[in-house]
Design a protein around this ligand. Structure first.
Ligand SMILES: C[S@@+](CC[C@H](N)C(=O)[O-])C[C@H]1O[C@@H](n2cnc3c(N)ncnc32)[C@H](O)[C@@H]1O
Length: 253
């Protein structure tokens, strides 16, 4: 595959991801977009539940399955290595878009905050969680996580330097700031409907399983990860057990 085509493919994947990412801020927060997580129910409850569970499962299997090293090895027998991450980003984006498009609101309110300031606080925490997620991607390497670094290197006919294991700022007080952001996104809402709770519970279960799989790969790739894991908590930040700044020493997949 010609390097310019790989670059175009990577840019297209990233562009689609970015538009879907912006829509999902409105979708989960019930803000600004026409079809959101708590739009008016249109299907019978059982049908809506099955649809939503199927969509959540599809996203979880794709997102976690394609991130495994064995899957990446298999995939790169058929596509250039430089396009692997962009393919992951593209398929994750398509699954997320399908999830939002096919999502079937179920109605039913579990709790609701009526006071203006409480609603405002929840919306602020919700948007701050998106900010945290985005910020944390830049701490690891935003352009690597979304495949741009790899396709740019291919375009320049260079081999991209392997991504290093890093523990900058937030990563010294919590091991998974991106997933902390996700948890905030799904749980901070002024109105918790049954639909929203299903989404939040599904996302939480996915994150907890995803962490186990991701950390196994990180431990395999980076022997010092075990020590990092002992010192830094997974999801609840601890300032007391703050990891000393260490030089990154190994690569991760
Ligand atoms: C979606 S990101 C989530 C990262 C992290 N679990 C978090 O919540 O902030 C997953 C990718 O980040 C990589 N990764 C996780 N922790 C890392 C670190 N400290 N340094 C570099 N890469 C890391 C994993 O290898 C995986 O490819």
């Amino acid at each position: 595959m010609k390097p310019v085509l790989i670059l175009g493919y990577g840019l297209l994947s990233y562009g689609l991801f970015f538009v879907t990412f912006l829509y999902s801020i409105g979708f989960v927060g019930n803000l600004w977009v026409p079809h959101s997580i708590d739009s008016t129910p249109t299907q019978p409850l059982a049908m809506a539940l099955l649809t939503n569970l199927a969509l959540l499962t599809l996203f979880a299997v794709q997102h976690s399955g394609m991130a495994r090293p064995a899957f990446k090895r298999w995939l790169t027998r058929y596509i250039p290595e430089a396009a692997e991450r962009s393919t992951y980003v593209l398929l994750s984006t398509l699954c997320l878009a399908l999830l939002m498009y096919g999502w079937s609101p179920m109605g039913g309110t579990l709790w609701q905050m009526d006071s203006q300031w409480a609603r405002c606080l929840m919306h602020s925490l919700y948007l701050a969680s998106w900010g945290l997620l985005l910020y944390a991607t830049f701490l690891i390497n935003h352009f690597d996580l979304f495949g741009l670094r790899q396709v740019w290197a291919a375009f320049r006919r260079r081999q991209p330097a392997p991504l290093r294991f890093v523990t900058p700022t937030l990563y010294r007080i919590v091991r998974h700031p991106i997933y902390v952001g996700w948890l905030g996104i799904v749980w901070f809402t002024p109105t918790m409907t049954v639909t929203h709770a299903l989404f939040a519970a599904g996302a939480t279960a996915y994150i907890l399983v995803g962490i186990k799989l991701e950390e196994k790969d990180l431990e395999d790739a980076h022997p010092e990860y075990a020590q990092y894991k002992r010192k830094v908590p997974a999801l609840i930040p601890s300032l007391r057990r703050r990891l000393q700044k260490t030089r990154p020493v190994a690569t991760v997949g």
